[in-house]
Design a protein around this ligand. Structure first.
Ligand SMILES: [Zn+2]
Ligand SMILES: [Zn+2]
Ligand SMILES: [Zn+2]
Length: 171
């Protein structure tokens, strides 16, 4: 198995040649998920109809899963309106993103799914890296502070040099 195949394999569905995979950490295990599986596993983070991330507060929660749909997003014909079940729960063959996408041409829905998955994976990574980020912010702040001090010192030095110069001129 070469590296390329490895990176395109989905840990959840076993898809070997996913169009794109996302590294997701779960219980300290790093897994690569395809677009469809990433979205399926994080249904609470987006609307399954318009694929907007994140969904607003006024929304309908799926009866079977944490999926949240906009109140004004039209339910798909196959979704039962009441009680509401989301597309992946009501359609057995539903997929947010086609498996084994050998074509590089994406329809609008697939493109939206890719964008949603990218945002969600970035969000998950940000969450995970929050602590790391805090450290980084501290360092950036410290660097800024050091730079400010250096500038101040330089300005003082310039003042001093100018003063000495003007003193020199006076003499
Ligand atoms: Zn998958
Ligand atoms: Zn929506
Ligand atoms: Zn559902």
């Amino acid at each position: 198995m070469n590296q390329e195949q490895n990176l395109r394999q989905c840990a959840a569905c076993g898809e070997q040649e996913a169009f794109f995979t996302y590294a997701v950490r779960k219980n300290k295990n790093l897994r690569r998920l395809c677009t469809d599986c990433l979205l399926r596993e994080h249904r609470n983070l987006f609307c399954p109809i318009c694929l907007d991330v994140p969904p607003p507060e006024e929304s309908i929660v799926c009866l079977n899963c944490p999926s949240i749909t906009h109140l004004d997003c039209p339910p798909r014909p196959s979704s039962s309106a009441s009680p509401f079940t989301c597309p992946p729960c009501s359609e057995p063959n539903f997929s947010f993103f086609p498996k084994s996408s050998h074509s590089t041409v994406l329809d609008q829905e697939s493109a939206d799914a890719l964008v949603a998955a990218a945002i969600i994976s970035a969000f998950l990574m940000n969450n995970e890296a929050a602590e790391l980020k805090k450290e980084a912010h501290k360092k950036i702040f410290a660097a800024k502070e050091a730079k400010r001090r250096a500038k101040e010192a330089l300005a003082n030095l310039q003042d001093l040099v100018l003063k000495q110069k003007s003193f020199g001129d006076e003499e």
